[in-house]
Ligand binder design. Structure first.
Ligand SMILES: [Zn+2]
Length: 204
């Protein structure tokens, strides 16, 4: 679409007034463009915060022994930065982290729908049964020094028992992992891999 041609009035007074209005609306339009960008950026930040809180709510619910459904969608967890799904095998008590960005699974699906596709490989070898691991929670691979220091401070301070799950999830998470050689291997095996439901590999 070509730009509209503005016909300037010929008379002096109308012409000056029209020119002033053009300049005023031009600056107004530039301001609107900035405000729209800022509003969308703020909305995006708030949406990311909502996704983050949803992941933390799910972690807390799992820690309390609640139902694993509903859970955050893969896309929401990835948007929140909680890209690691920690699972635990109840048979051999080993834990393993699943990187959601590498999982071939529809991003709109909820995280707990992955569970039927995961199994503990050492238990499969030893018992010939597919043991489904239990989800423990969603975690940020890079929580940042502030979050780690805060979790340690809370762990050592008053009310430590109430925030035990936070200590487990944030500060001690990296340290409590077993050596990689001792960890089982949970494989992701989607039911179908047709072109129609192939998700994006990354959600950046
Ligand atoms: Zn196992």
């Amino acid at each position: 679409m070509s730009p509209r041609v503005i016909q300037m009035p010929l008379s002096g007074g109308d012409r000056k007034h029209f020119a002033r209005e053009l300049r005023r609306v031009e600056s107004l339009h530039a301001e609107f463009v900035k405000r729209v960008d800022a509003a969308y950026a703020a909305a995006k930040d708030q949406l990311r915060l909502a996704h983050r809180l949803e992941c933390e709510e799910w972690n807390a619910r799992l820690f309390l022994g609640g139902d694993e459904a509903p859970s955050p969608a893969l896309a929401d967890a990835i948007d929140a930065g909680a890209t690691l799904l920690k699972v635990k095998c109840n048979a051999c008590r080993a834990t393993r982290r699943v990187d959601l960005t590498h999982v071939i699974w529809p991003r709109k699906n909820q995280v707990h729908t992955l569970r039927p596709k995961l199994f503990c490989e050492p238990c499969k070898v030893t018992t010939d049964h597919k043991v489904r691991p239990m989800p423990v929670g969603l975690f940020d691979p890079n929580p940042g020094p502030e979050a780690t220091a805060k979790a340690v401070r809370r762990r050592n301070g008053p009310g430590a028992s109430r925030i035990l799950y936070r200590c487990l999830t944030a500060a001690r998470f990296e340290q409590s992992e077993r050596p990689r050689s001792m960890q089982p291997h949970f494989l992701e095996r989607p039911a179908t891999r047709s072109r129609g439901n192939m998700p994006r590999r990354s959600c950046s």
